[in-house]
Design a protein around this ligand. Structure first.
Ligand code: NAP
Length: 253
């Protein structure tokens, strides 16, 4: 069990899905958590549950496409908890799913700005703090789509490929001090998979719901990557489809 007592963790996209599960998991391991997303109400509700279980948490309204919002979330984490030990760049969108020839250029860019530029914003804001304090971990939520093209997902595949390259570049620049890792979770039973199923485009939309793992699995993987096993994956993506990885985390026997 990775002990994160007193560690300050900032999680973007924490209002539902993987980010919300991660907030619960990190808090249960003793971390002091900042939850950041655009929707405050669901985060406040989750934060109350975490506090009722004895966890420490604060919520921040944040659109990761706006650098000032991300910088503010980092500043507030450092002000409240005294450090930023783990940055989880999780916020992401899949909509609008559309073939390139039918896609809306403005919508395509808007989404790319969240998934790709939003990840850059998180790394950009976290790195100076972590370098100054002498260490930290940055976890970027990647996807198999970073390396596999899929119909109707040009924006998503391109944005996750960008996130993977940001992981690799940040590791080159700061890997001596800061551990930067991408997590490719496989398919997870969240709102995003509901949107994918509704689209009916490409093989992922045809998957049976039972094929998806629960959000608690990537949440546990993120915590695990903050422990001693994380270092071997620095500078690249680790796949939660890998049965050996699942076993090492304790998700399967
Ligand atoms: P989800 O349930 O749809 O949650 C997405 C989260 O991102 C929400 O909390 C949403 O909150 C937040 N978000 C969206 N746009 C944002 C913005 N501009 N600024 C801040 N927060 C924003 O999806 P999920 O499945 O948990 O996805 C989490 C991450 O995992 C994403 O990066 C996704 O690409 C990745 N992923 C998911 C799967 C899967 O199968 N589910 C597979 C591979 C990778 P607000 O709307 O309140 O802002």
């Amino acid at each position: 069990m990775t002990d994160l007592s007193g560690k300050a963790v900032l999680i973007t996209g924490a209002s539902r899905g993987i980010g919300a599960a991660a907030a619960r998991e990190f808090a249960s391991r003793g971390a002091r958590v900042t939850m950041a997303a655009r929707s405050l109400d669901p985060m406040i509700a989750i934060a109350r549950e975490i506090e009722a279980d004895g966890g420490e948490v604060q919520v921040v309204a944040c659109d990761v496409a706006e650098y000032a919002h991300v910088q503010d979330a980092v500043d507030r984490t450092v002000r409240t908890y005294g450090s930023l030990d783990v940055m989880v760049n999780n916020a992401g969108l899949i909509d609008p799913i559309a073939p390139i020839a039918d896609s809306d250029p403005a919508e395509w860019s808007r989404m790319f700005n969240v998934n790709a530029t939003g990840t850059y914003h998180g790394i950009r804001a976290a790195l100076p703090v972590m370098k100054a304090q002498g260490g930290g971990t940055i976890l970027n939520i990647s996807s198999g789509a970073a390396t596999s093209p899929l119909e109707g997902w040009s924006h998503y595949c391109a944005s996750k490929a960008a996130a993977l390259m940001l992981t690799r570049c940040a590791h080159k620049e700061a890997g001596q001090t800061v551990c930067v890792i991408g997590l490719s979770p496989g398919t997870v039973a969240t709102e995003m998979q509901v949107r994918i199923k509704d689209s009916g485009i490409n093989p992922v939309s045809q998957l049976d719901w039972s094929a998806h793992i629960p959000p608690a699995w990537p949440a546990k993987a993120l915590v695990w990557l903050c422990g001693p096993d994380g270092a071997e994956f620095a500078g690249g993506d680790v796949s939660l489809r890998d049965e050996d990885v699942r076993r090492r985390i304790g998700l399967i026997a």
